[in-house]
Design a protein around this ligand. Sequence first.
Ligand SMILES: *Cc1c(COP(=O)(O)O)cnc(C)c1O
Length: 393
Amino acid sequence: MTSLGSLPLRDDLRGRSPYGAPVIDVPVRLNVNENAFDVPADVTAALQQRIAEVSATLNRYPDREFTELRRLLAGYLNDVLRGEGAASAPGTIASAAQAGASGPIVPDMIWAANGSNEVLFHILQAYGGPGRSALGFGPSYSMHPLITQSTGSEWIEVPRGADFSITAQSAVEAVRAHAPDVVFVCTPNNPTGNSTPLDVIEAIYDATDGVVIVDEAYAEFAGADFRTALSLLPGRPRLVVSRTMSKAFAFAGARVGYAAAAPELVDGLRLVRMPYHLSSLTQAAAEAALAHPDSLLAGVEELSRQRDRMVAGLRGFGFDVVQSDANFVLFRGVADPSLLWTQLVEKGVLIRDVGIAGCLRANAGTDEETTAFLDALADILSTPPDTLGRSPQ
Ligand SMILES: *Cc1c(COP(=O)(O)O)cnc(C)c1O
């Protein structure tokens, strides 16, 4: 970045670094947890048709309330809840995906923005701000502190346990001690991959008067034991569950994130958003995509399989791999993460050095990409002396 020294930048922004995953043009990119699969053909066809329809009306501002998009997202989340109910209570039948079908999530409970990062920004603008604070359990998503601080709120980071878990007792103690205005719980957690049980989230909610954000960006990749915090929304007006179309939905380029919360909490977000923040093109694209949830989510099962293959391969190399409910894995026991990261780049594979000592993160790719990653690693690790990337176990 150029020097900002002479510019009248806000004092609290001086010396900060912007979000910046390295962008390197290599054949296998497993560094930003994108979905490895292209958007399916039936979705691109529907999308092109909808975009063509709205293009003649781009002289007009979009629907400020993104009414149809909220209806479709509510329908999708109700399907998620019904699916979980069916999974935990054998014998009940999950209804077919039917957008707008009735359920506990109504459209007034939905917010959406240009990526869930913007959703989180709106929440911090409305419920954080100067003189207020937000607390998170690290290591976690690097944007949580950046978003918090960009709104002038103070960031408080509380460490997770050695296995990266959050226990109800330690979380409640931290929340009581710091009395934050906002609490972040990322589950499944980026960059560690593990999930937080609902009883911990309930305990955190009960211990604070602030807003509790549950960031479920990777929920669709989670195993059968995962429970979404959406089921906790009734009776908890300070709870927000945020999700995104960027990961499981293979729609990162469209920039659509969303959240569910009590209608009053959503009303607060209307006070801070820019007018017409979701363009007609974005709304049309997301609506077209959400009409085909099964196609959009078709890659999830395969990516979960590739993730499990990655876990097994990494364990075979002697790394300590955190059990992951997401589309990526964090592996520990790397002697020199930046060296191993560079060696992989030299072999055309880009993963992520998330800045945790002895760790690297890689997201699941297609079968070929995952193979390329594991083969490159095997090559590097078999090059004597084996001091290159792996610490002695
Ligand atoms: C990727 C990610 C998001 C989603 O970001 P978008 O702005 O929706 O693309 C949100 N939270 C976490 C933890 C993530 O890893």
